[in-house]
Design a protein around this ligand. Structure first.
Ligand SMILES: [Fe+2]
Length: 284
């Protein structure tokens, strides 16, 4: 196994691992260390069935199917199909997903530990995800700001607080009425301690955060917007372009991310599995 950092700020490539066969405990421990240190890891050149991809996800924890059940994989509901491909005029997957900075499942009580994608069809360029390192962004805050946000609790709900227009391509993927009934308001600390590393990060200051408890809405949003501008500065970001066969796993407790809006003329299909944190991830 060779682990190669992709940038000084975040990301590592891991070569020499075949994810189609079971990993031993030592190999997975090395992968987890790289994952926590670099925030995301990419495994190039994989050839996986849906069952093999799902088996790999189980090493990380318990997956939870996405609330958008329309595009679950037909055999394994834990896999969400992301695609701009249409067959007989019908989409085969979710197309415009997560084009604004967010952290996956931050609208759930127990959020996502990690998200993994397996790239099946990819345009040549401009197809990847942009990540922003929220541990670095927290570390660089002035001491007075850290003191100001310590213990603050954000109110989260499914959605993109910067775009609530359901006709827009940059709105959060639109839920049907039954799916809307499944999402509720939840609470998370603004400066959140990583359940495994113990380090603090800014958490989901963009996306599902709509307010701060104990502050009026305008003041809460102003603070969240100020932190979002800081936390998504280019110096905290790295974009990774995918090739067919890439598997990526990213740490939602340490990252914001956003996906490109795919064009129709170039097929882009990925499988996604999102694994939840354990019960320690909930703010009681
Ligand atoms: Fe996402």
């Amino acid at each position: 196994m060779q682990i190669t950092p992709l940038s000084p700020i975040l990301g590592a490539r891991i070569d020499g691992v075949d994810l189609a066969v079971p990993l031993d405990a030592a190999a997975f421990a090395a992968i987890e260390r790289a994952f926590h240190a670099h925030c995301f890891v990419v495994f190039p050149g994989q050839h996986l069935t849906a069952a093999q991809f799902h088996a790999f996800s189980r090493l990380w924890g318990r997956a939870e199917p996405h609330v958008i059940d329309t595009f679950h994989h037909p055999e394994i509901a834990d896999i969400l199909v992301l695609s701009n491909v249409e067959v007989d005029g019908k989409p085969v997957g979710l197309k415009d997903a997560g084009s604004y900075f967010h952290s996956d499942y931050s609208y759930l009580d127990v959020p996502a530990r990690c998200t993994m994608l397996y790239a099946l069809q990819m345009p040549a360029t401009g197809n990847g995800t942009t990540f922003a390192n929220q541990t670095r962004a927290y570390d660089d805050l002035p001491a007075a700001t850290k003191a100001r946000i310590e213990g603050l609790v954000c109110r989260h709900h499914y959605g993109n607080r910067d775009d609530l227009d359901e006709r827009s391509r940059t709105v959060a993927s639109v839920l049907n009425e039954a799916q809307k009934k499944k999402v509720h308001w939840v609470r998370h600390l603004l400066a959140r301690t990583h359940p495994r590393t113990g380090r603090k990060s800014l958490y989901a200051v963009s996306g599902s955060s709509f307010g701060i408890e104990g502050m009026d809405d305008a003041d809460g949003l102003a603070l969240l917007d100020e932190l979002k501008v800081h936390a998504t500065r280019p110096s905290y970001c790295h974009t990774v372009d995918y090739r067919v066969g890439d598997v990526i796993v990213w740490d939602n407790a340490q990252l914001l991310h956003r996906a490109p809006l795919p064009e129709h003329d170039q097929a882009r299909t990925l499988w996604r599995i999102t694994v939840k944190e354990g019960p320690e991830g909930a703010l009681s």
